[in-house]
Design a protein around this ligand. Structure first.
Ligand SMILES: Nc1ncnc2c1ncn2[C@@H]1O[C@H](COP(=O)(O)OP(=O)(O)OP(=O)(O)O)[C@@H](O)[C@H]1O
Ligand SMILES: O=C(O)[C@@H](O)C(=O)CO
Length: 426
């Protein structure tokens, strides 16, 4: 296997989002969960997305894991490695975007590394260095209430500047619109000036294509799925990759029962759960009970066992920002989040033991906990359910054929859960 592109994602849903974009744009892509064992059959692929769970861990741990993944990818031929972050720049003043960028850049001997979370297809655009979510700046969007990393500043030059050891620059949209050569020239000037990370504006696909072409000249970039689109288009346009659609064959022959789990408390997920109540039985867990001990997860499994033979069910811990804040005040942000993730992972494991073979999970941290508990080492890419969310098929692992969808909190339309199960049943 000689990779045309290596990527490292800071969470598992983000990884499947990026893998979806790369596959849609013609790259044979596989998503691995951590660094895979040497004997895992990944096949001939153009791109590997190594999923890590390092968005909300201490910065030193994030750096160590990202560097190890980077070494693994480079040893398989990847000349360019993109670090996949959230399109809403989820991070804190301690990191982890800045520290990982600094480390990967130093290891690769790179300078003036392009950074853009823009993903216009899902309403994330960057203009004059400010991130917009739909029509509002990041700090006025629902991300201001995120359970783990509330975002209170839309100025990404400032946000990254607080996290990175080096100074941060900007490539404004007027320059991006002039194309890849203009971007390259600007990056060279910024590098000469000692700039480390460079926030790049992008408001549409043409901007992403220009940024991707320029980024391929460097050994490192940092971004969300939009930059992935640019890199994939650049690799195909220059003939380094032959465009292929390998996603259709991934779906064949998975039977079994279906279920959905939600630990995401994002606005989009809350609306999707409310809508799912019209289509399937929905169990709303008591987050307080889930934090207090194993009984809530055991009861949830009994509830599900009585229903899943007749059709899909949805089990959710998700709650409004006020309820989340109340629980966090009682138990601490990280302890509450971790306990709930583990409770949902226990439920996922129990569901799979009871014959579930099509499993939809909402929430990045939640998906990470579930995938780890199920011990899935990698995924092949199936078709897209909604922007940023593909069907995945497990490669290896103890559970045999298993289709999954890992939904980032804010992604998907209001009918997401029924859309996902509908596509996974075809
Ligand atoms: N009722 C609740 N009260 C407090 N915290 C909760 C509750 N339900 C879930 N959580 C926690 O909130 C966090 C939600 O994060 P998660 O990454 O799963 O979803 P998200 O942030 O919406 O998704 P993404 O990161 O993909 O945007 C998890 O740590 C989860 O355990
Ligand atoms: O980029 C995004 O918004 C998503 O892929 C994600 O990372 C959310 O967890």
């Amino acid at each position: 296997m000689t990779l045309a592109l290596g990527t490292i994602a800071d969470d598992y849903t983000g990884a499947s989002d990026l893998a979806n974009t790369l596959a849609k744009n013609g790259l044979r892509t596989v998503q691995t969960v951590g660094i895979p064992a040497d004997d895992l059959p990944l096949g001939e692929v153009d791109a590997v997305v190594v999923s890590l769970k390092i968005r909300s861990v201490p910065a030193a741990e994030a750096v160590e894991k990202a560097r190890a993944a980077d070494r693994w990818l480079r040893a398989r031929g990847a000349g360019h490695v993109m670090y996949k972050i959230c399109s809403t720049f989820d991070s804190t003043d301690e990191g982890n975007i800045g520290p990982v960028l600094d480390a990967l850049s130093a290891d690769a001997g790179a300078a003036a590394v392009l950074v853009t979370p823009a993903f216009p297809e899902t309403g994330r655009t960057v203009y004059q260095g400010h991130l917009f979510v739909g029509a509002v700046p990041l700090n006025e969007s629902p991300l201001k209430d995120h359970p783990l990393n509330p975002m209170h500043d839309a100025n990404l030059v400032r946000v990254l500047g607080r996290q990175s050891v080096s100074r941060v620059g900007l490539v404004p949209q007027a320059l991006v619109a002039r194309g890849a050569d203009a971007i390259r020239a600007r990056l060279a000037e910024l590098a000469a000036d000692g700039i480390g990370g460079v926030i790049a504006d992008a408001v549409n696909e043409a901007d992403l294509v220009a940024l991707g072409a320029a980024a391929l000249d460097s050994r490192v970039s940092v971004g969300a799925s939009g930059l992935g689109l640019g890199l994939a288009r650049g690799l195909v346009a220059t003939g380094r990759v032959l465009r292929v659609d390998a996603t259709a064959s991934v779906m064949a022959g998975v039977g079994g029962l279906s279920a959905c789990l939600a630990g995401s408390c994002s606005k989009a997920t809350l609306e999707q759960i409310a809508r799912a109540e019209d289509a399937m039985p929905v169990l709303r867990l008591s987050a307080e009970a889930l934090v207090s001990g194993p009984a809530e997860a055991e009861d949830a499994l009994e509830w599900a066992a009585a229903r899943i033979e007749s059709g899909p069910v949805l089990i959710a811990s998700s709650a409004s920002p006020a309820e989340v804040a109340r629980l966090q005040a009682l138990h601490g942000r990280e302890a509450a989040g971790h306990a709930i993730e583990q409770g949902l992972a226990t439920i996922a494991e129990g569901l799979v033991k009871r014959g579930v073979r099509r499993l939809v999970v909402a929430g990045g941290e939640t998906s990470g906990a579930v995938v780890d508990r199920l011990g899935i080492p990698a995924f092949a890419l199936g078709p897209e359910i909604a922007a940023g969310v593909p069907v995945l098929r497990a490669i290896g692992g103890a559970h045999g054929d298993l289709l999954m969808a890992l939904k980032s909190g804010n992604f998907g339309g209001v009918d997401f859960f029924t859309d996902a199960l509908g596509l996974m049943s075809k």
